[in-house]
Design a binder for this molecule. Structure first.
Ligand SMILES: Nc1nc2c(ncn2[C@@H]2O[C@H](COP(=O)(O)OP(=O)(O)OP(=O)(O)O)[C@@H](O)[C@H]2O)c(=O)[nH]1
Ligand SMILES: [Mg+2]
Length: 270
């Protein structure tokens, strides 16, 4: 099965460190496909985690074509995992190398981006906003048309509180999604699918399996909203035209650095 063949979805998980991106993609395949963290506060211990990764490079690549286990019919999916972004420490070699690998795998365009958040931390704090600005700057406004918002950690014992949290996310005036629309000046039509799920006990939980199917339909909705066109942008096309690996890596590094610095200039001006 070729990645990007017409009937293969291409999805990528983006988000902060330790929000559950890899676990989410594993939940889709129903098996351990991508390396996941150990559950410690990864934001605080990210340096340690990265050192560990350097010593023990992850066995699996960051992109794979796998069956979408909980789709209603047999459907293949090109899954692209990404390293969680941290802050302007982005120059870190390892992250850039992983980013390069990631962007190189986007040759066929993307059906949908899963923007992954932990339900226990749904504030659009400066860190989250900066991360989203970075995607916005590098990938362009069109990126938002391909977004599916996913909240993880909605485990069984959390579900009694879910209704309040859902309100905080989808409230039409000041909810999480409305705030994104306001901050990034997106049109009213920006109404991404929002999925609340857990990535635990996927094999045994019909709740989680139902959400893996919802996620699948959300990707289908992204494709139809964009008339079957997949996401690509000038920046990605530029990367693909650079023949030399080192130049490619430098180009990515420089553009990410530029995006971060123009962002911090903008923040200082406020
Ligand atoms: N209880 C619970 N734990 C979760 C859930 N999703 C992820 N986790 C845990 O959160 C930790 C981080 O998950 P990962 O999937 O590695 O997160 P990530 O976003 O890929 O992290 P980085 O790649 O380091 O940015 C792991 O210990 C997971 O088991 C969830 O829905 N519920
Ligand atoms: Mg991960």
């Amino acid at each position: 099965m070729l990645a990007g063949a017409d009937n293969t979805y291409v999805v990528s998980a983006l988000g902060g460190v330790g929000t559950g991106k890899s676990s989410l993609l594993n939940a889709i395949t129903g098996e351990y496909t991508f390396e996941t963290g150990d559950g410690t506060d990864v934001r605080k211990t990210q340096q340690l985690v990265k050192k560990k990764k350097k010593l023990n490079p992850p066995p699996s690549p960051f992109f794979l074509v796998k069956e979408w286990k909980f789709a209603p019919s047999t459907q293949f999916c090109h899954l692209v995992d990404t390293p969680g972004l941290i802050d302007s420490n982005i120059e870190d070699r390892q992250v850039i190398q992983e980013m390069t690998r990631y962007f190189k795998s986007l040759e066929n365009g993307v059906s949908a981006f899963f923007l992954v958040f932990n339900i226990n931390d749904i504030r659009l704090d400066a860190y989250t906003q900066n991360m989203l600005i970075l995607f916005h700057q590098l990938l362009g406004k069109d990126f938002w048309n391909f977004v599916v918002v996913v909240f993880t950690h909605v485990d069984e014992d959390f579900r009694d509180d879910l209704e309040d949290n859902m309100d905080a996310v989808i409230a039409s005036n000041d909810g999480f999604v409305a705030e994104i629309r306001r901050i990034y000046r997106l049109p009213k039509s920006f109404q991404p699918s929002v999925i609340f799920t857990s990535t635990q006990n996927v094999r045994t939980s019909s709740y989680t399996q139902r959400h893996m199917r919802e996620l699948y339909f959300a990707v289908g909705m992204c494709e139809s909203r964009n008339s079957g066109k997949r996401f690509t942008c000038n920046w990605l096309r530029q990367i693909l035209t650079i023949p030399n690996e080192e130049q490619k890596s430098n180009f990515i590094k420089d553009s990410i650095k530029d995006a971060w610095s123009s962002m911090s200039n903008a923040c200082q001006m406020q």
